[in-house]
Design a protein around this ligand. Structure first.
Ligand code: FE
Ligand code: FE
Ligand code: FE
Length: 169
């Protein structure tokens, strides 16, 4: 098999991987929302599910803007990260503990996405794909904001768990 020898194809490959990752995530986020107890966290997963569906449309626009078609690839990393999220649901007792495990799994997902979108933005910049860079930059901002919201949710849940433990003493 001949090797990829140009940056256009690298961009196409990386963006196709992200598109597959987002597609896998639409199913996973539904399960995570259903498994979360804290109403703010549940709502957060539901909001990010809508954003994720929108991100798939944005990726299609980015491909169209450079007249490329996505490749059929499986993001193996996202497959693994989602598997870890499922373990959080299966292995931890419902409530603050499982919510924390879900947040940890979700933040690993967001960090993978942040790395991925940061990279395709840099490639788009290098290739002069201005429109694609703008579209993908807006997804990058959503992933960063989601990561921050998850950090806040973790602090609130930990506080709730701590005050619950104190009350139980
Ligand atoms: Fe995403
Ligand atoms: Fe991947
Ligand atoms: Fe995300």
């Amino acid at each position: 098999m001949s090797k990829i020898d140009n940056f256009e194809d690298l961009f196409c490959h990386e963006l196709s991987d992200l598109m597959n990752a987002e597609t896998q995530l639409t199913k996973a986020l539904k399960d995570m929302a259903a498994a979360a107890s804290d109403p703010t966290l549940k709502k957060g997963f539901e909001t990010h599910l809508k954003e994720t569906e929108d991100q798939i449309e944005k990726i299609k626009k980015a491909f169209a803007s450079v007249e490329m078609e996505p490749e059929k690839v499986t993001c193996e990393a996202m497959k693994g990260l989602i598997k870890e999220g499922k373990e959080a649901i299966d292995e931890f007792e419902e409530g603050p503990l499982r919510d924390c495990a879900l947040i940890i799994a979700a933040q690993k997902v967001e960090h993978y996405e942040i790395a991925g979108y940061g990279s395709v933005c840099a490639l788009a910049e290098k290739l002069g794909f201005d429109e694609a860079k703008e579209i993908l930059g807006s997804i990058l901002d959503q992933e960063k904001a989601t990561d921050e919201k998850l950090t806040e949710a973790a602090m609130n849940i930990n506080e709730d768990a701590a005050s619950f433990a104190e009350a139980a003493e």
